[in-house]
Design a protein around this ligand. Structure first.
Ligand SMILES: Cc1cc2nc3c(=O)[nH]c(=O)nc-3n(C[C@H](O)[C@H](O)[C@H](O)COP(=O)(O)OP(=O)(O)OC[C@H]3O[C@@H](n4cnc5c(N)ncnc54)[C@H](O)[C@@H]3O)c2cc1C
Length: 410
């Protein structure tokens, strides 16, 4: 065990920041220092969307700070620089067209589907982009998902009849829009399957998640027969998701398809807690961070035990969870580059994990969003919250960057 720790040293900041020039590192240090001030992040989270909408000239500031740190560029073409840079260090990319969560119309959803397909085609031309991530809320209205989620509560979303039950009480328009969503998603997955690119469905708010799970499993049922093309995301900060994932393993075995899962803790903690209190239902979040961690590591363990039929993405910045997974692999003689195991961190975060894992021969990627500033704002604000003390993670990135600055004497 000790030997593994020595091979994989997450404290090696020299390797972690090898791709960052001195001035970029100093800029990142300043940014993470500012994000450490929770009141600043809270105020920014509240007012930024309004400032953008009202045309207040704030985009330049965002572009120079949060955007540069966490986003690959304003267009697909502009991500090339970052992709090339990562490729030099054997780091792969999960490309994410940052559209999510708005109340767009069908034409805009078709446009977004077209964008996703463009991204898939682009990924297929590159050696280091094995996956494209998709938010269902970029392809259908949030409120429709919410209505379906409410109606379908009685049935497991693995069940292919789930959706018939859920749509039964909705009007023609809703059923029609759902049909359009399924066509968009199926087209996306088919093209991805033909081109050998993996599709990851992001997990979103719990009150719209059942139909998202349904879509992901319906697509897995169709496309994950010979290999894993489609992945669903499991948020282990929800108290029932470990059981849900284990059911998914059983269901996939029974139905004869391979399961693809991206394991995350979850990005909407504040929103989940406050909505549950406001609307008056049981808080879906685990009783403590420790329980989230236990479930996360148990989910990792389940996936690794079933590595020949379950493909997993360990999508986390938690050093211990990454170490547990890597140690399991080394201890059980699993190839570090086994096609059913992949690690991933968000672009702009936890380079100490990404670059050291890549150096040790693991499949590892950066989740790289791109898109115009106004589209990626929700994503950027979540990153700011995550790196402030709101989610209890103050200072981790800052300390690593500070350490590397000291080492470089800059
Ligand atoms: C590649 C990638 C893809 C991602 N995709 C998604 C996605 O599709 N959907 C999504 O929601 N998120 C997604 N995330 C974001 C992810 O959820 C956050 O980055 C993650 O929660 C941060 O946790 P961590 O695993 O890095 O570890 P840590 O820093 O150890 O954990 C922090 C997390 O623990 C949880 N937590 C904190 N306090 C408590 C508490 N009191 N009780 C219970 N739980 C608590 C929260 O989820 C918090 O974010 C993705 C992340 C990555 C790296």
């Amino acid at each position: 065990m000790q030997e593994n720790r020595m091979t994989l040293d997450f404290n090696n900041t020299e390797k972690a920041f090898v791709y960052k020039k001195d001035h970029a590192l100093k800029k990142a240090k300043l940014l993470f220092w500012i994000m450490g001030f929770t009141p600043i992040v809270k105020i920014a989270t509240l007012i930024t969307p309004f400032l953008i909408k009202s045309g207040f000239p704030i985009k330049k500031l965002i572009r120079y700070t949060l955007f540069e740190q966490f986003v690959g560029g304003e267009s697909l073409e502009k991500t090339e620089v970052v992709c090339n840079q990562l490729e030099q260090y054997k780091v792969q990319v999960i490309l994410d067209y940052g559209v999510e969560g708005g109340e767009y119309d069908n034409q805009q959803h078709d446009q977004a589907a077209g964008e996703f397909i463009k991204v898939i085609r682009y990924a297929a031309t590159r050696r280091n982009i094995p996956f494209v991530s998709i938010k269902i809320t970029g392809l259908v209205s949030f409120t429709l998902l919410e209505r379906i989620n409410k109606q379908g509560a009685a049935k497991s979303s693995y069940d292919l009849t789930y959706i018939n039950d859920a749509l039964k009480n909705l009007d023609f328009n809703d059923r029609d829009n759902w049909g359009k969503l399924m066509l968009r998603v199926d087209n996306i997955c088919k093209i991805a399957s033909d081109l050998g690119i993996g599709i990851m469905f992001d997990a979103e708010e719990s009150w719209i998640q059942d139909p998202i799970d349904f879509v992901a499993h319906a697509m897995m049922n169709k496309y994950n027969i010979k290999k894993v093309v489609v992945y669903n995301t499991i948020q282990l900060y929800r108290s029932n998701r470990l059981a849900f994932m284990k059911d998914g393993v059983e269901h996939a075995e029974k139905e004869g398809y391979q399961l693809g899962v991206k394991l995350v803790r979850g990005a909407y903690l504040e929103k989940e807690v406050s909505r549950a209190a406001k609307v008056g239902y049981q808080n879906p979040i685990q009783e403590s961070k420790e329980v989230t961690d236990l479930d996360y590591d148990a989910a990792v363990q389940t996936c690794l035990e079933k590595i020949e039929t379950v493909s997993s993405i360990i999508a986390s910045h938690n050093e211990n969870s990454n170490l547990i997974a890597a140690t399991y692999v080394m201890k059980h003689g699993i190839a570090t580059n086994h096609p059913n195991l992949h690690f991933s961190q968000l672009y702009g975060m936890s380079d100490n994990l990404t670059f050291n894992l890549a150096d040790a021969g693991f499949n590892v990627s950066k989740y790289l969003p791109f898109g115009p500033i106004e589209i990626v704002i929700p994503y950027l604000l979540r990153r700011a919250q995550e790196n402030s003390s709101i989610a209890g993670q103050t200072g981790r990135e800052f300390d690593l960057i500070k350490k590397e600055c000291l080492r470089r004497v800059i």
